[in-house]
Design a protein around this ligand. Structure first.
Ligand SMILES: Nc1ncnc2c1ncn2[C@@H]1O[C@H](COP(=O)(O)OP(=O)(O)O)[C@@H](O)[C@H]1O
Ligand SMILES: NC(=O)OP(=O)(O)O
Length: 316
């Protein structure tokens, strides 16, 4: 049987730089990533692709707020903005994967599945926003925005600029996990848990209700990978490997690491909160919940990484 992998694509990795943020630019980046994932599928992998939406969900929310302020249009709740990103990015990934399958003569079909993820209504994250969304601002821009929008919470996002943050509760259950598992094992290339999943709470009568938040896609991907008993969790982001002393003169790439060593490095603060740290925590959760192997690398290194030639490989 093929190996089953959940592969998480970063929302930032689809926005290549601040001057290239159009929908067409994003599709180019998606096509580039799709080529690398199809290369992986050719190596006997069944794949569930998950993706981030941090930049995209923030753009949609801001557009809606501006239209509401300027033209009295109805505003769009954050949960609906997240659902919009699942559809729009899911469409792009599905089309790019299908086109690449055809180009290479592979009899495969990609399916983007709208995915809801259950969170706890009393998750403390609702009172303490931490998830960066939308554009990056300079310190001066951020100060101006903050005085115009006193209700916004803004943070410095890993030294890359200032961003608005929203609540990011912990994912607890993936509502559509069984259908994702069934379809991927039937040979479909699944695209699921987009943007970390649409956050919903389970009400007393058992019904679901959407809530305004953005779930971390690495945490949701880790949960999905554990729930469908994936062989590997692969996190595709902006760097080929994880580093100790990242960005410093004595930076050191990690090739193979055990779970115990990784936990040590977390204690030593090697991973930036809001960027690499959530990925590391997602890997730790996957390995503690029955997973055996995780890889962190960038899209262009995927094929080499699954062959063990690059990337950071983490084992139990
Ligand atoms: N220790 C580290 N090793 C490698 N990259 C790191 C480290 N600490 C922080 N980073 C940064 O984290 C980034 C990945 O986070 P981010 O861009 O938020 O993810 P995503 O691809 O999911 O959008 C890398 O591109 C790198 O700039
Ligand atoms: N939802 C989410 O985690 O998105 P990013 O990966 O783009 O931050």
């Amino acid at each position: 049987m093929s190996r089953l992998a959940v592969i998480a694509i970063g929302g930032n990795s689809l926005i290549r730089d601040n001057s290239r943020q159009t929908v067409e630019d994003q599709y180019d980046a998606v096509c580039e990533t799709a080529k690398h994932i199809v290369g992986m599928i050719e190596q006997e992998y069944d794949v569930v692709i998950t993706h981030g939406n941090g930049p995209q969900v923030g753009f949609i929310l801001r557009r809606s707020e501006i239209a509401s302020e300027a033209a009295g249009m109805h505003s769009v709740p954050l949960v609906a903005c997240g659902a919009d990103t699942q559809g729009a990015l899911g469409y792009q990934i599905q089309q790019a994967m299908d086109n690449e399958f055809k180009k290479r003569g592979l009899d495969k079909t990609a399916v983007a599945l709208v995915t809801q993820v259950v969170v706890a209504a009393d998750d403390p994250a609702f009172a303490k926003p931490t998830k960066p969304i939308g554009s990056f601002y300079t310190q001066e821009q951020a100060a101006k925005i903050q005085s115009a929008h006193p209700d916004w919470v803004m943070v410095n996002d890993s030294g890359r600029g200032y961003r608005r943050v929203v609540a990011s509760p912990r994912p607890r259950e993936i509502v559509e996990k069984n259908v994702i598992h069934k379809l991927v094992r039937e040979g479909y290339c699944m695209i699921a848990v987009g943007g970390g999943g649409i956050p919903v709470i389970r009400q007393q009568d058992g019904s679901f209700k959407g809530v305004d938040a953005v779930i971390d896609k690495d945490f949701a991907s880790s949960l999905l990978a554990a729930e469908i008993q994936a062989d590997e969790l692969i996190i595709s982001t902006g760097v080929p490997k994880v580093y100790l002393n990242y960005g410093k003169p004595d930076e050191q790439a990690l090739d193979q690491v055990t779970l115990a060593e990784l936990k040590e490095y977390v204690q030593q603060n090697h991973f930036a909160p809001g960027s690499m740290l959530p990925k590391i925590e997602a890997v730790i959760r996957f390995l503690e919940n029955g997973g055996r192997k995780a890889i962190i690398t960038n899209p262009e290194s995927l094929k080499e990484a699954i062959a063990g030639k690059t990337g950071t490989h983490i084992f139990k």
